[in-house]
Ligand binder design. Structure first.
Ligand code: C5J
Length: 220
């Protein structure tokens, strides 16, 4: 398949490509969650849910591999570096009791993927202690075992966990596409800059495209 993308068309083979949905977890997206307690406007992130859901459903209809990630730590915080937990002076730190359970802890209500995008049987869920999806996870072996060569990214936030994961993937030899209307940041200027950085210099990190480009190919 070939789709219209920036800075030039993106080519991929469906059975060699995974759809990777980064950190669409309740604490980042839903009102009353951790993201909102930090003073962020979560409505920005909620706005991408319909487009993200449409791509997920189309990808599922074509039988494509789906991978979900969550930024999640073990309850004993053994996988949370003190430098990550202790930085700054936030009202709530990782592991503290928040409005939807302990912040960024696996198994807590706020750490679950939002209902609209909830994983179904056969989809892979990766809990990651870092911003990147490859660091200290089994993602690389899951992809290798299935002969995956290309990754299509959606999720939040564009300049943090999405961009970090794309850079990790690019360095590991994957062709990466980011769907522009299926990713968001609490800071619109950071999203715009991240999209520019990714596709600059001849797709130095990867490609970007509107979801309509991919949907047209999947449904065509
Ligand atoms: C993600 C974050 N998922 N912004 N986390 O980007 O800390």
């Amino acid at each position: 398949m070939q789709i219209i993308a920036n800075p030039f068309p993106f080519e991929f083979q469906l059975d060699r490509t995974a759809l990777v949905i980064i950190d669409m977890q309740r604490d980042f997206i839903e009102p009353g969650g951790f993201g909102e307690t930090l003073g962020n406007d979560v409505s920005l992130l909620q706005a991408i849910v319909p487009a993200t859901q449409a791509v997920l459903q189309a990808w599922r209809r074509r039988g494509g591999l789906v991978i979900h990630t969550r930024e999640a730590h073990r309850p004993d915080l053994a996988d949370c570096p003190p430098a990550k937990r202790n930085r700054g002076t936030p009202a709530l730190r990782i592991g503290d009791e928040g409005p939807m359970g302990r912040i960024l802890i696996a198994g807590e209500p706020g750490n679950q993927i939002i209902e609209a995008l909830a994983p179904i049987e056969g989809e892979i869920v990766i809990d990651k202690p870092g911003k990147g999806a490859f660091y200290a996870t089994g993602l690389q072996s899951e992809l290798r075992g299935r002969g995956i060569r290309s990754l299509v990214f959606m999720g939040v936030t564009t300049e943090v966990c999405v961009q970090t994961s794309m850079r990790e993937a690019n360095d590991r030899g994957y062709d990466c596409l980011l769907l522009e209307d299926c990713t968001e940041s609490y800071f619109p200027a950071f999203k715009a800059a991240a999209l520019e950085m990714i596709r600059a210099q001849g797709a130095i990190v990867g490609w970007t495209a509107p979801s309509a480009s991919l949907l047209a190919a999947l449904e065509g």
